[in-house]
Design a protein around this ligand. Sequence first.
Ligand code: SF4
Ligand code: SF4
Length: 354
Amino acid sequence: MGIKQKTKSLKARQNPLSDTFIQLKVLQGQELQAAEFTPFVAKLQTAGEFPLRPVSLDILQINITKQCNQSCAHCHVDASPERREMMSSAHIQKVLELVEKYPIKTVDITGGAPELHPQFRELVKGLYERGVAIMNRCNLTIIKSNPRFADLPEFFKSHKVQIVSSLPFYNANRTDAQRGEGVFEDSIAALKLLNEVGYGVENSGLSLDLVYNPAGAFLPASQQSLEKEFKRQLARKHGISFNRLFAITNMPISRFLEYLLQSGNYQEYMSALVNGFNPAAVANVMCRNMVSVGWDGQIYDCDFNQMLDLNVKSSASHLDNFDFEQLLNREIVLNQHCYGCTAGAGSSCGGEVL
Ligand code: SF4
Ligand code: SF4
């Protein structure tokens, strides 16, 4: 069964929020009648954590395309099938050179659906040959979307790729409501194929982690309890196993910001993030051990800053002039969306941070 897309990208709809300048204005309470909140930087100053600087640069996250076979309601990348942005061959090659030259431990490949990039397999092979850990953010349905992707589970296995996949819930209603009709069925079929080659199976060494994000304007429940319930339900109903569940807070940007504004939940949601500010989570926010690279080679502190066009505060702000030391000593660029990383138990691409 094919997927019925939830929406089109903000860009295709020419929505004002496709302009990141407008998104930032909304976050500052200066546009679309959005409420104003205490500046995040002021919170960090009070907590004695400003300026925020990295502690390491272990992870290079690369967003190689905005194209995706899905068009989920809350996508913070504004990805969809009609997007065409792809990282150039020269920059794919540059990534391979960087992991050879610098002590980068992990390359985290994301998109869109990264597998749609024509050089995806070449990139993975190159990283594997260079001995760096590879993480791929696979949306699962890509495996079922076209016969040319059917061998992906074997390909991932032979290159020891760690798989991280979104599955908003363990039933069809809630998953399809967020990601499109038919997504749950194809995701379950893909998870079974991954299990068959050993992913998510105890002692196989093949890691399969799932990502949960709330369906609406609320913060995720405890990661531990969600993981337990997902494991129980997926095993009982579908015979599926996986390693860890990451519970991620929805960031108030891009299509989720659109949803918050349209549904009248913006003020309440931002208040929950601001009131939930937890100084202890600041130490482990993901920008402290990574940088994020966009499809066009621009460098950002994290994927969220990338989606707001907030480049790193450094002259090494592009792959073409990458400078490990400079990036390690940069001051991290912060804005109101950063509350999403520090509310409650905190949130990152790897789930809770506490
Ligand atoms: S699968 Fe991921 S990248 Fe693709 S539209 Fe959905 S949230 Fe966005
Ligand atoms: S949004 Fe990015 S820059 Fe802000 S705290 Fe989170 S990881 Fe750091």
